[in-house]
Design a binder for this molecule. Sequence first.
Ligand code: GLN
Length: 185
Amino acid sequence: MIGVLALQGGFDAHLKVLRALGEEAREVRTVADLEGLDGLVMPGGESTTMTLGIAREGLAEPLRDAIRGGLPVLGTCAGLIMLDRDHLDVMDIVAKRNAFGRQVRSFEADLDFADLEGDSVHAIFIRAPWIEEHGPGVEVLAAVDGHPVAAREGDIMVLAFHPELSGEDRLHRLFLDRVRSAARR
Ligand code: GLN
């Protein structure tokens, strides 16, 4: 069972991709919804609003405990920000919000992605962050103009862009591979 944090933002598109891949997936809004999950998606949205929602629901500590306890996570865009040192502090990265310029700088790019064979990844960036700093345990998987926009640390994968909006399901499948290998450990 994959949970998608559904306090705010683009959770619905992630649920659709996961279900199209044959996974059971549910919305996570409360601490009780974290029970029994095999993986978690933190979607894009607005990181300040998401932070407030997490605080309101008392989800910060339970999320941190679950992720530090080994729950595999895919964080996209605002989800990447939520996982960094300055927010939930479960990944050894510092995100820079709205990094690609002011206000509405949104763009698409074709990325070489380290863990994927075959075609490049068509990536949609919407007021996206990049990874400004990261520790030695973090593997950078893709970059734009030298700025990391995809990375992995253990079973946490973060993407500054929106694979759930471009018909790209290979990155969700990479995440699900991690979910399956974590379940076997
Ligand atoms: N700019 C947003 C933020 O800082 C993130 C954008 C997104 O998730 N598409 O929270």
